[in-house]
Design a protein around this ligand. Structure first.
Ligand SMILES: C[S@@+](CC[C@H](N)C(=O)[O-])C[C@H]1O[C@@H](n2cnc3c(N)ncnc32)[C@H](O)[C@@H]1O
Length: 299
C-alpha cells in the first residue's frame, strides 16, 4: 500500500483544500462563522483554531452519524461551536434560534464525505453491499430504492442524464425498470451491467450512483435556495467559500456570485475556481473533482 492509500484508510474523511479555505474565509478571532456541511468537522477544527473564545462557529449537517463524530470530537472541549442537524438551506432558522442576524463567513463543502461513501450499509457506493438508501438524513425523505420504485422510466432517464451526465441514461433506466423490485446496490449494479458496454463500467456506475444520490437528497434544490438567501445573512466584509464536486453545482455558484456582483453586493475573489494542488490530488483521490469559489460582501 502506498502512503496516500494508507492515509485515506486511516482518516475517516480528509478535508479538502484546507489552506485555501482558510485563506479565503479569512476567519477573524472574534468572528461568527457558519459551516453548512460540517461533516466530521475537518474544516471546522481548522476554523476553530483561528477563533478566540469570543468567536463562534455554527456547524450544520443533515447526517446524524457525522454530527455524532463532531460531538465526540468537540463535545468535551470548551470550543465555541454548536452543531445542528438540518439542511444548510435552512440556516436562517438556526441563526434565528441562536439570536444571530449576520455571520462573518460561510463555508459549504458540498457532496458526500468518505464516511458516507465507505459505509457498507448506506448504499452510496457501488462498491458496498447494502440496500439502496443514499439519504444524508436517514430519518427523513424517501430512500433511493423508494425513488426508483415510484419514478417511471422517463423520469429515471432524466435523473441519470441530468445529474449523472450519462449518455446511456435511457437504456439504463429501461433496464432498472425491468426489475420487479430493485432495492439493493447489487440490483442497481446488475441493471447497469445489463445495459451498458463493459469498458469504463466503473465510471458509468459512479455517474449513475451520483445521479440517484443527488435526486434522493434534492442537492441542487438545496443549493439554489441557499444561493438565494445567503447574502442577507453575511455581514459587509464577510466571506462565502463554496467547494463543489459537480459541474452543475459549480455553475450555479458561479452564476449566483456573478449576479450578486452585477448588483454591486459581492466582490468575486477568484475568477476561475481553484482546484486542489497536484500533491493534494495525489494524496486524496476524492479531492480530484473539487472546485472552490469565494466571494466577499461589499455593501
Ligand atoms: C464533503 S462532506 C463535508 C466534510 C467536512 N467539510 C469535513 O471537513 O469534515 C459533505 C457533508 O455535507 C453534508 N450535506 C450534504 N448535503 C447537505 C445539506 N443539504 N445540508 C447539510 N449538510 C449536507 C453531508 O452529510 C456530508 O457530511
Amino acid at each position: 500500500m502506498n502512503s496516500s492509500a494508507s492515509q485515506e484508510q486511516r482518516l475517516p474523511h480528509i478535508p479538502v483544500m484546507v489552506s485555501e479555505v482558510l485563506q479565503y474565509l479569512n476567519p477573524q478571532p472574534n468572528g461568527t462563522y457558519l459551516d453548512g456541511t460540517v461533516g466530521a468537522g475537518g474544516h471546522a477544527t481548522q476554523i476553530l483554531n483561528q477563533l478566540s473564545s469570543n468567536g463562534r462557529l455554527i456547524g450544520i449537517d443533515r447526517d446524524a452519524e457525522a454530527l455524532e463524530i463532531c460531538d465526540q470530537h468537540f463535545g468535551a472541549s470548551a470550543r465555541p461551536i454548536s452543531v445542528h442537524q438540518s439542511s444548510y438551506h435552512n440556516f436562517p432558522v438556526i441563526l434565528e434560534q441562536l439570536g444571530i442576524s449576520k455571520v462573518n463567513g460561510i463555508l459549504l463543502d458540498l457532496g458526500l464525505s468518505s464516511i458516507q461513501l465507505n459505509s457498507e450499509t448506506r448504499g452510496f457506493s457501488f462498491e458496498s453491499d447494502g440496500q439502496l438508501d443514499m439519504r444524508f438524513n436517514r430519518n427523513s425523505g424517501e430512500t433511493a430504492a423508494e425513488l426508483i420504485s415510484r419514478s417511471n422510466e422517463q423520469e429515471l432517464a432524466d435523473i441519470i442524464f441530468q445529474f449523472g451526465e450519462e449518455r446511456h441514461s435511457r437504456k439504463i433506466a429501461r433496464s432498472i425498470k425491468s426489475f420487479s423490485n430493485l432495492t439493493s446496490v447489487a440490483d442497481l449494479k446488475e441493471a447497469v451491467r445489463r445495459s451498458t458496454p463493459p469498458h469504463q463500467r466503473r465510471k458509468t456506475l459512479a455517474r449513475v450512483f451520483q445521479a440517484i444520490r443527488i435526486a434522493v437528497n434534492g442537492e441542487l434544490d438545496n443549493l439554489a435556495v441557499f444561493l438565494d438567501r445567503f447574502i442577507n445573512y453575511l455581514s459587509v466584509g464577510g466571506r462565502v467559500v463554496i467547494m463543489s464536486y459537480h459541474s452543475l453545482e459549480d455553475r450555479m455558484v458561479k452564476h449566483s456570485f456573478r449576479n450578486l456582483k452585477q448588483s454591486g453586493q459581492l466582490k468575486v475573489l477568484i475568477k476561475k475556481p481553484l482546484i486542489p494542488s497536484e500533491d493534494e490530488q495525489a494524496q486524496n483521490s476524492r479531492a480530484r473533482s473539487a472546485k472552490l469559489r469565494a466571494a466577499e460582501r461589499i455593501t
